[in-house]
Each structure stands twice: as C-alpha cells, then as structure tokens.
Write a protein of this length. Structure first.
Lengths: 311, 311
C-alpha cells in the first residue's frame, strides 16, 4: 500500500458548548481537541488502517503533546512533527451559531503551525510516501504553500500520486500567488475532492458535470464531489456514480469532509471499486458528524465496516 | 488626582472548570475572561474610581474586543490600546492542580500582546499620566521592557511617581539584561509592591525588615509586602505597619495581588493614611479571590467600602 503523506497545520480546537454569537463574554467551553484539517485527515487515514505520516509543527506545550500523542496512538508516522521551542501550538475557538454557521477565533499564522517547513525529517518522511494529499487550507490561510509544493515535487518525482481537497472559500483566492499555486497543485492532482461549489474554483464550466468533465480532460483521474447530507458523486473517464449520505443525527460537522476524503482516498489507493469507495467514505463522514470534536468521530476500519453492515 | 498609566500585556484567560493536571485531553473550560496582570491592575484602578489608562495591543478578534469593551466600560482610558491587524490576542489557559499550584498554556510572546510598543497614542496617553505602574511580568516574560522603560522616562521626566510590582519568579532573572532593567526600574520606584520572596529579588538582606530598610535607603518611599492570606506589611521611613487579611473563602486567587496593588496605590496617591490604605487594599484582594476569573472580582469603590463596613 502506498504510504500517504501530508504537510499542514496541527491545531487544538476549543468548542463553545452552547450555540450563539462569538466569544465576547465568558461561556462554557470544551477542549482542547486535537485538530487541524490535515491532522484530522491523516488521523482518519491511520484509523482506517492505511500507512501515513504528517509533516507539521507544534509548540512545546500540552496542546502540541496532545496532538502528537493522539496521532501516534492511532498509527500516524509522527517522525516529521517538529516541536518548536518557542512558538505556541496553533488554536481555533469555534462556536456554532443557531443557524449552523460558525464563528472562529484563530491563532494560527503566528503559531507553531505557521512555522511548518519541510525539515530534514519532513523530507525523509515524504520521500517514503507514494502519495501526497494536499489541503487547500494549508496553501491559503497559513502561508505553508512552499513546504507543500516542495513535498509535491518530491512525491511526483518518484512517480507518486496526488490528491487535493480545496477546503477553502472563494474570497481567499485573491491572496497573492494563491491562484497560481492552486493551478500547479491541480495540474499534479490524480484525485480531486471538492466540497460543493469548490468544484468550480478553477473551471470555466458552471455545472457539475461540465466542470468534472473539464477537470478530467485536464488530467485529473477521479473527481469526487462531497455534498454533506446530500451524499457524494464520483466522476472518472468511465463512469459517473452518486451515493446518498447515511441518515444520521448531526452533532458536529467539523472534520466530516476530511474523514470522508481520507477514507475515499484509502479505498482508491487500495483498489476498491468506486461504489464501495463512495459508500465507505460516506459512512466515515456520517460517523464523523455524530460525535463532538473535530477528529473524535474518525472511525477505526473494523468499527466502520460493522456499522455499515447494519446501516 | 494623578492619572495612573501602565504599559503591558492584555490577554484572555481560559480556565479549566475542575482541578487537575494540564491540558492533554478535552475537559470542561470556561472563558474567555479579560486578563493580563497589567489589565487586571488597571481595571481595578478604574473601578476604584482613580483616573488611569493602559498601553497595550490586542488582535482584531473577539478576544481583543472583549478586553477593550470591559476596560472602557470600567473607565480605563483605552485610547492607547492598539488593535493589531494581523496578530491574535494573547491567551493563557489555566488549570489549578489539586495542591493549588497551576498549569498554564500560554500564547503571549508571538501574540498581539508581544507586539506592544509605545505608539504615538501610547506616548500621548503616558504623557498625560502623573504616575506609572510597572509590572515585572511585562519586563521579563514578554519582551516589552523597551516600551516600559520609554514610558518610565516620560513620566519621570515630568516629575511623576512610579510603582513597581515585580510579579516574577527568581528563575526568570537569568534572562539577558533583565537584572539591569529591574535595577533601573527599582531605582526610579516610589512604591514597591513585592509578593512574599520577591522582596529579596534585589536586596542583600534576607530578612523582611532588613530588606525593606535597604530599599528605603536606596530611595524607595514605601515598601508594601503582599502576603496573600497572611495580610500585608507597610514599611516607610516613619513606620512599620502590618494588617491581617480578611477571612474569606478563596475561589480563585488569580489577580488578587494586582487588585491589592491597584487599590493600595490609589489610596497612596489620594493621600489616605497607611492604615486605611492597607485595610482597603486587603479588602480588594479579599474580594478578588472570592470570584472566579482574573478581573471578575475587581470591586467598585462603593461596593468595597460597603463590604469593609460589615467585615
């Protein structure tokens, strides 16, 4: 099995217990939860039993250790997680509004996460990977594009494959150099995993099928559109498939797309057929939203299969 | 009344609800509370009705706004609080251990608090002050010594007075240049407010009376030793006074020393006699420990006087 590598932000998440607006007065909170989209993704990958590792950076504090302990326990290669001697581990405070949207207070850019570079350990870990997953959040918000592109060059140079989850909002695209960077990543992408409208971030077509066709024509092998409670759609040069989501009660959607993506990708790397891959990834997404905490719903493979057998 | 100025760190504090060790798993928290020793001090000063202002820096986020709103509402001059366009507001996670000691996770040095400088607004605000209070935490841990010393020069140049709360641990004294900086501040100090052993940080004498004498001989006008539940002692060239603490149930000692210091200083500036000053400051400290949250126990003057009348 091709080992999956990722470069990106490791954070803790602190969640407001009750929905409401922002963080301008003391409220009940719960945390710290291990978090960061790349960390969630790679933890789900490991829990699904696929070999994987993460290049990241945390502070020399409990928040960093919490993340390393969790990822290591689940089987992620943590040899390339740097413990920064001075910077603090990145954090995100999250509060759901009554309408389901979210308010955040971030400490990322100036945190240890923002110091992520491809260290010697990072280069070595990535050189041992046959696949690289790229998170758009890592490219856009946190200034880590250089490290990601260096990893991309290493993996592609060895004939490895690449997956890409844009995981970003259109308003961010104005960041200097970001569009070009996304273009380079997309040009190297085998498996593209947009959520909803992210499909159209870099296409001329404005309809799903047209946009997928456009991306396949540019060399992407598989486009999987994530639609949350609406399920998912698979496009490749041979087929179009859709699969409904599992009907579950949503507790916390954070991380569901990352869990879906990790399992979808593991299935693809392991040669499962697209129908199985979609269904299994949907199950991972469903399990993720049932549990509070960004990666607390990441399912172990045996549990996921047992759950699917009865759903 | 001489307006009191301070330069220093503004933070939010996130508190663990239950005592225990550190932050390596998700636990119940409460916050954000407005915090930072200089912010607590100046908030108590304002609530006591004494004119005052703070030079500080917060991020453009809810945590920063929370602090500005609170300080402004209580009457602090917030004209010199900079809202940093990029850095995040500083934070401190605090958990009490069962033995009463505390575990922290800080984000300060690389936060907006660490970007505090004497801006044009800061210089103007400080130029309007007749007294400067200096917190040792600001000098030592967070690299803001330069801004503090600049403010000191402005206030002393106008014939203003200075108070100094070391608020630091002996182990920190090895930081480059810190001892010299503390020496310069102490040489300018009129009112020295050490807690316990901080009295001996810069004295040869190792007994309380000898150390106080040594400091008075060096030009300090008043030394007030803060002893928490043991009360406080006042030393000047005419008298030695001690005052017992008020007997209250301690809920959260954070900030009590800052509240004590602010009220003691306000009384000194307002010409209250030392006996009254000690008793009123002890009352402020007592009120502070009775309430959860770093500055939530800062008492308004009328409430403090009403409370003292029945205790």
């Amino acid at each position: 099995m091709r080992k999956v590598g990722i470069v990106g932000e490791i954070l803790v998440e602190i969640m407001a217990v009750e929905p409401g607006e922002g963080f301008r007065s003391p409220i009940a909170l719960v945390g710290p939860f291990p978090s960061g989209a790349p960390a969630i993704f790679i933890d789900q990958m490991a829990r699904f039993g696929h070999p994987c590792g993460l290049v990241g950076c945390v502070g020399e504090d409990d928040f960093g250790q919490l993340n390393i302990d969790r990822l290591r326990a689940d089987g992620v290669d943590v040899s390339a997680i740097r413990v920064h001697e001075r910077a603090a581990t990145g954090s995100a405070f999250v509060r759901y509004r009554p309408d389901g949207s979210r308010d955040f207070v971030f400490n990322i850019r100036d945190s240890a996460a923002g110091q992520t570079t491809l260290t010697a350990e990072g280069r070595q870990m990535i050189a041992g990977c046959g696949h690289l997953h790229v998170m758009g959040s890592t490219l856009s918000a946190f200034g880590l594009a250089e490290a990601v592109e260096e990893a991309l060059t290493i993996v592609k140079g060895k004939g490895g494959s690449v997956s890409f989850d844009p995981n970003l909002r259109k308003e961010i695209l104005s960041a200097p150099g970001l569009t070009e960077c996304l273009g380079r990543v997309l040009a190297a992408t085998d498996v593209f995993l947009p959520s909803g409208d992210e499909l159209f971030l870099m296409t001329e077509a404005k309809d799903e099928m047209g946009a997928a066709r456009e991306l396949l024509d540019r060399g992407v092998k598989v486009v999987v559109v994530k639609k949350g409670a609406e399920g998912a759609a698979w496009y490749d040069n041979e087929r179009i498939l859709t699969a409904p989501a599992f009907g579950v009660t949503q507790v916390d959607p954070t991380g569901a797309g990352d869990c879906f993506g990790a399992v979808l990708l593991a299935c693809w790397l392991q040669g499962l057929n697209p129908t199985q891959a979609l269904r299994t990834a949907n199950a991972a997404g469903a399990r993720a939203v049932m549990v509070k905490g960004p990666m607390e719903g990441a399912a172990f493979r045996a549990d996921l299969e047992a759950w699917m057998a009865v759903h």
